[in-house]
Ligand binder design. Structure first.
Ligand code: PAF
Length: 285
């Protein structure tokens, strides 16, 4: 596996990979876990070569968020990617990604609003901006993202459609299902912030979501079910809930009744020092 930290060597390495065949990109912020490795394995199934980017993107962190505390483990991550047979690791410095004078911003209206967009103003601008740059830098035929960040996936697909991107095209922005721990908790780099006790309690989130989905699919009233869901999560040991909503799976329109289109139950809740997000599909009625 080749590792590059600056744009010129990246362009040379990427040109060589494109000559050999299709290229898949897996953008990450590092602190890799099984969820990321699942994306890498899927990327290998989709293309001849796999590029993984590791970049803790300052643009997507708010002033009071965990940018400084965010785990940085390049040597460990690099060893994991090597084992997975990744071809190229793109680990730019902040200066390589945002040279002095950098002044542009991509804002995707609609799907960026509400949910994590409400609690983290500017977050999805930061995500869209860095992902657009990563797409232009690597020019992948396909790019893979975890479905765990459902709103992020919707934002990136909207951006790819709106900006007529071709590498990758919007339909080559692929979502890969969330990887879960044995007890059902969605894998996340932020799970590392939890104490043993908090980690045990955190399973209340997916468990309560599964009960709510069974209720909605069984015909229960949606607002009543969402209120019950919130109560269950708090009783399970979470200290607060940022949101717990039923949304259209594609355009993220809020829903107060079951729809005949694919839906998503989407939740963000805080336990100990961590803010955990999760989402699950709800069958159309
Ligand atoms: O999901 C992430 O890890 C990040 O938001 C991403 C897509 C790599 C952009 O920084």
């Amino acid at each position: 596996m080749q590792t590059v930290h600056a744009l010129d060597p990246l362009r040379n390495a990427v040109a060589d990979l494109h000559k050999a065949g299709a290229v898949a990109l897996v953008p990450t912020m590092g602190a890799l876990h099984e969820g990321h490795l699942t994306l890498v394995r899927e990327a290998k199934a989709q293309a001849k070569s796999v590029v993984v980017s590791i970049f803790v993107n300052p643009l997507q962190f708010g002033a009071n968020e965990d940018l400084d505390a965010y785990p940085r483990q390049l040597a460990r991550d690099s060893a994991l990617l090597e084992t997975e047979g990744v071809d190229l690791l793109w680990a730019p410095t902040v200066e390589a990604m945002y040279p002095a004078g950098f002044a542009s911003n991509i804002a995707v209206a609609g799907v960026s609003e509400g949910l994590c967009g409400a609690a983290r103003p500017g977050h999805f601008d930061g995500v869209a901006t860095v992902v657009c740059k990563l797409f232009n830098q690597v020019m992948p035929d396909v790019a893979l993202f975890g479905e765990k960040d459902w709103q992020q996936l919707a934002v990136i697909r909207r951006m790819a459609r709106d900006l007529d991107l071709t590498r990758p095209a919007a339909d080559a922005v692929l979502g890969v299902p969330t990887v879960r721990e044995a007890d059902g908790l969605a894998m996340s780099s932020r799970n590392a912030y939890l104490s043993a006790e908090e980690r045990q309690a955190a399973v209340a989130l997916p468990a309560a979501m599964r009960r709510a989905i069974a209720a909605i699919e069984g015909g229960a009233d949606v607002p009543v079910t969402l209120a019950r869901l919130q109560a269950d999560i708090l009783e399970g040991g979470f200290r607060s809930i940022d949101y717990a909503e039923l949304r259209d799976a594609d355009d993220l329109t809020p829903l107060s009744a079951r729809s005949d289109r694919p839906m998503r139950l989407i939740v963000a809740a805080r336990i100990g020092p961590a803010r955990l997000i999760d989402n699950m599909p709800v069958a159309p009625g």
